[in-house]
Design a protein around this ligand. Sequence first.
Ligand SMILES: *Cc1c(COP(=O)(O)O)cnc(C)c1O
Length: 394
Amino acid sequence: MTDNTNWNDYTLETQAIRAGHKRTHEDEHSIPIFATSSYVFKSAEEAALRFTGQKPGNIYSRFTNPTVNAFQERLALMEKGERCLAFSSGMAAIMAVGMGLLKAGDHVVCSRGVFGNTVLMFQNYFGKFGVETDFVDLIDTAAWEAAIKPNTRFLFLETPSNPLIEIADISALADIAHKHNALLVVDNCFCTPVLQKPLELGADIVIHSATKYIDGQGRCVGGAVVASEEVIEKQIYPYLRTGGATMSPFNAWVFLSGLETLAIRMKAHCDSAFELALWMEQQAGVAKVHYPGLASHAQHELAKRQQSHFGGVVSFELTGGKEHAWKLIDATEMLSITANLGDVKTTITHPATTTHGRLLPEVRAAAGIKDGLVRISVGLENLEDIKKDILRGL
Ligand SMILES: *Cc1c(COP(=O)(O)O)cnc(C)c1O
């Protein structure tokens, strides 16, 4: 391994383990945490050259830090993007895309099923500064196109969606966005680059909450934006440098080791989730199982085409409504009752009264989130133990 290695020639699994680390004069094998807020210049002249950007190099850790740089370089390679910037959280990454790309009078089209705080970000905060957002049904391609206006700057979506695990056609929506001079932004948190590479499918910007599968063990909060050199350099980096929602070197170090096991963890998450979905379909009291690996899933063929596997999140509707859903959740002994996902620990949640509890009942019903719906983010415990825990309340 040298600084000249062309990591583009390597596969994702190898990039995830080796790319990004510029070994120092100490010859360390594992990447160090650079716990430093600023950097020292050799002379006044060199300081001046770095500040004007005429000479590359670190200035201050709000802008760049070697541990954070390594994480950014590694994730950019894995997503097949030109550049990545890390942020203090997934929401900070979404905020940066909005702050970098939008101005008063602009318009955004967003899928209705995105993460709750993403809806609030567009509606309440960007809305406050004169950016208008229209929300559309994720899988209704015609509705996306119909919602676009001359001032639409970007389309924003998550696929698969939460909690119904619906799949949007990234290529089709990228074509629509580009036809109207807009960009396509995809929050790739559920799939990670291991299962889906939105940039290869035509998307322009990828967002991550590194808090989920990238960490994978529920320790740190972080986020990232991956895009072209041009978008990052002109629109996102200047905002990061000024806005300051920087990822800490410690968190970057945790996420770097998370990336090293991401491919193998995602495979195990997906295998267990698929098996659990098939098993749930056989259980009495279960009205419907939402999982794109099932032939019964409305976008099963699209998921097969677009993703390399079907993901680690399964949701299902119980015939007994909210009462049965709460009973099942409360009867578990091992599963964690938490809305977080992407952890080695299996988590279980009741979307209608937690993540989607603030929606009006009729809005929730229109979104298809029934009172009997339970969402499970399948962890890496033995699947038989997970099934046994679910059976207690079934
Ligand atoms: C959790 C999550 C976010 C927000 O990320 P944080 O790291 O919690 O700020 C954004 N999008 C999706 C899909 C998420 O699951």
